[in-house]
Design a protein around this ligand. Sequence first.
Ligand code: GDP
Ligand code: MN
Length: 398
Amino acid sequence: MNLHEYQGKEILSSFGVRIQRGIVASTPAEAVTAAQKLTEDTGTGWHVIKAQIHAGGRGKGGGVKLAKNLADVERISGEILGMMLITPQTSAEGKLVNQVLIAEDVYYPGDSKPEEFYISVLLNRATGKNMIMYSTEGGMDIETVAEETPHLIFTEEIDPLLGLMPFQARKVAFNLGLSGTAFKEMTQFVTALYTAYIKSDAAMFEINPVLKTSDDKIMAVDAKVSLDENALYRHKEYEAMRDLREENPIEVEAKAAGLNYVKLDGNVGCMVNGAGLAMGTMDLIKESGGEPANFLDVGGTADAQRVETAFGIILKDPNVKAILVNIFGGIVRCDRVAQGVVDAYKNMGDKITVPIICRLQGTNAKEAKELIDNSGMKIISATEFQEAADKVQEVLSV
Ligand code: GDP
Ligand code: MN
């Protein structure tokens, strides 16, 4: 689950990671109040107005701006709130900005080259260990750094039993070229950051930039935080941070119905039981010249109710021109699933506007095929995997 910058910073701060302070606002009036409060707390007269969307590169897209007085705060917030922000990480139409973060300006005005670092914590899937990835090239696109100057990216792998060792935190600070107070600050920053990552069951932290202020403090200016959804049951307070406005509405509905659905760009809807078979089905559709419109795993209980919900969700996508049902009957018998498909089809009537190709294989596959063929419904049955994919192509080409 992805979080907004202000939420990520809240989590970091709760574990003692120093952050650029800020207050979130939904209207220009709230933004002004937030700025006044920050001035009281921090003494800063300047503020940065930062669009809160689930995408990076906001600075480049005009979603991060400096305000030098309250009139600026009001005007800039008004401009950013409600805009469709386009960044290198959004689609071409951009993302609607519902909230802005009013943050204290932490860049020293006379400082032409503030020291910015890149630090992320993530799982190295190749070794199965968490690692800290860091670079002196903060504030830049890390992909560009990786391409052009890969020697400026360092990694530090963490032993899952020992945790982050003090010498490792010092190594990070050393490689970032720090000394004195800033060195000590950085070791504390990295240690707190790693603790936050572990304790919050995060999937990824990316802090870009980490800033060294002119008085040698180390702080997180940005925070891209992604939490492990499977661990959310342990963190009710984080669960409430989910912003459904940032997610695909069909995926949200599917999740609520207990279906594992991911929207894709193609035109062949798929309904499959089991994630592995669903991946295989998508591959086969592509191999046969089609494009999958979604990933959908209906799970073990493919009864009429579930199949109907799944059809409904697949058909919400206007690009879908055919649906391929591919079920392997292991524990769940094929004839029961076939009955489910037929019943769902009956219930939905003219809501089903595209051809359905149904391939059932496994226990009672023969009975299932008969059931479908004799149902009088416009469902095309298939037995073999390839046969099913070919039939999809056939209906698409007419
Ligand atoms: P991103 O573009 O989505 O990654 O958003 P960031 O939070 O990283 O902000 C983009 C850029 O805005 C940063 O790289 C900084 O250079 C700049 N920025 C952020 N906070 C401040 C601030 O307090 N003062 C000034 N002057 N610039 C800031
Ligand atoms: Mn950033």
